[in-house]
Design a protein around this ligand. Structure first.
Ligand code: OSB
Ligand code: MG
Length: 369
């Protein structure tokens, strides 16, 4: 049933992280999140834009995302009459890039459409499981002692797998010590966020002795051939994150032998429906996938849990408990981890219920067009 889009609210919120999250591309201490609320003739829907404040992970950033939605994407979306969520990507296709901005809009329309129909994202995507294994992403620290203390805390919380952020100078030793700490049975993987170069391939092969599940995006996002070379040289499976921005880039990276595993982030690929298509492709090609994270609030995490319940998501995702990053979430039913698993939300729509009072409290700006 097509929806008539009426208004769009840009809601900016400020959320402090419980502890600074350091990666090879920067330090996050506080999130400046853009939420989108669409008003339709069949009710409202919410989407979350995963663009960070600065364009250091990818070219997108939160102010830019808001601008492109306001001046380009929203006018194109509303210009063609009523539409379904499945048509959003097609209407936005004339605009290059801006996947995170597009994904947020599609998400809001999906939420409205699903709520109006009393359906769950889980069902629309064709997911089957009702709980998914939960992994945690661990940042870079000033000292190894701090790292080990953090990791021990996450082990105690029962996470099913640990991901360590690495960069040149923070790789072999942290990984060696964490492997010793968690034992050989714990799933362990690393993520470099493009911090290495082709000349580091030999060095990166030294990670092979630690029995890692995968190494995520060690080389620049454009360097697909470099990743293919590393994949041939190293026994650790090479996984791409930043390089995969669409179904086409996923297909090409797999064909080139650069993606032995794929990290699927809906925001990075333009939405949950494109994410589903990438999942299907990877299942067809026999490539394992897992669901990445972008420090989402309870809105994005609810939707990610539904996506990660698809059968091809055979590795634990970066779907940690809400408390991993936030003292208080903007939803009434924040994600929790039990026995190393996260329950897929059962409510209609993306599956969350907003904590409106708290949301209003942390709102820094609201504009409706
Ligand atoms: O590379 O996976 C990444 C967070 C922000 C930007 C990029 C990444 C990450 C994470 C955090 O690793 C994962 C999470 O949200 O739990
Ligand atoms: Mg990553």
């Amino acid at each position: 049933m097509p929806l008539q889009l009426r208004h769009l609210e840009f809601r900016r919120i400020a959320l402090d992280l419980v502890t600074p999250f350091r990666t090879s591309f920067g330090v996050e201490t506080r999130r400046d999140v853009l939420l989108l609320r669409v008003e339709t003739d069949h009710g409202d829907g919410w989407g979350e834009c995963v663009a960070l404040q600065e364009p250091r992970y990818s070219p997108e950033f939160v102010d830019g995302a808001q601008l492109v939605v306001r001046d380009h994407l929203w006018p194109a979306l509303t210009g063609g009459g009523p539409l379904t969520a499945a048509e959003v990507a097609h209407r936005l296709a004339p605009f290059k890039g801006h996947q995170m901005a597009k994904a947020a809009l599609e998400m809001a329309v999906l939420d409205a459409e699903l709520r109006a129909a009393g359906r769950r994202l889980h069902d629309l995507l064709g997911a089957e499981r009702e709980r998914v294994p939960s992994g945690v992403s661990v940042g870079i620290f000033d000292t190894l002692d701090e790292l080990l203390a953090q990791v021990q805390g996450y082990v105690d919380e029962g996470y099913a797998r640990i991901k360590l952020k690495i960069e040149p100078g923070w790789d072999l030793e942290p990984v060696r010590l964490v492997r010793e700490l968690v034992g050989d049975d714990m799933g362990l993987q690393v993520d470099a966020n493009t911090a290495y170069e082709r000349s580091d391939i030999e060095h990166l092969c030294r990670l092979d002795e630690f029995g890692l599940l995968l190494i995520e995006q060690p080389l620049p996002e454009e360097d697909v051939v470099g990743h293919a070379r590393l994949a041939r040289a190293s026994s650790t499976p090479v996984c791409l994150d930043e390089s995969i921005v669409s179904l086409q880039t996923a297909a090409d990276a797999i064909e080139l032998g650069a993606a032995e595993v794929v990290n699927i982030k809906p925001g990075r690929v333009g939405g949950y429906l494109e994410a589903r298509r990438i999942h299907d492709l990877c299942v067809d090609r026999g490539v394992p996938v897992w669901c990445g994270g972008m420090l989402e609030t309870g809105i994005g995490r609810a939707a990610n849990a539904a996506l990660a319940a698809l059968p091809g998501f055979t590795l634990p995702g970066d779907i940690s408990a809400s408390t991993r990053f936030y003292r208080r979430d903007i939803v009434r039913d924040p994600i929790t981890v039990t026995d190393g698993h996260v329950a897929v939300p059962t409510a209609p729509g993306l599956g969350f219920e907003l904590d409106v009072a708290f949301l209003d409290e942390i709102t820094t700006a609201s504009v409706t067009i």
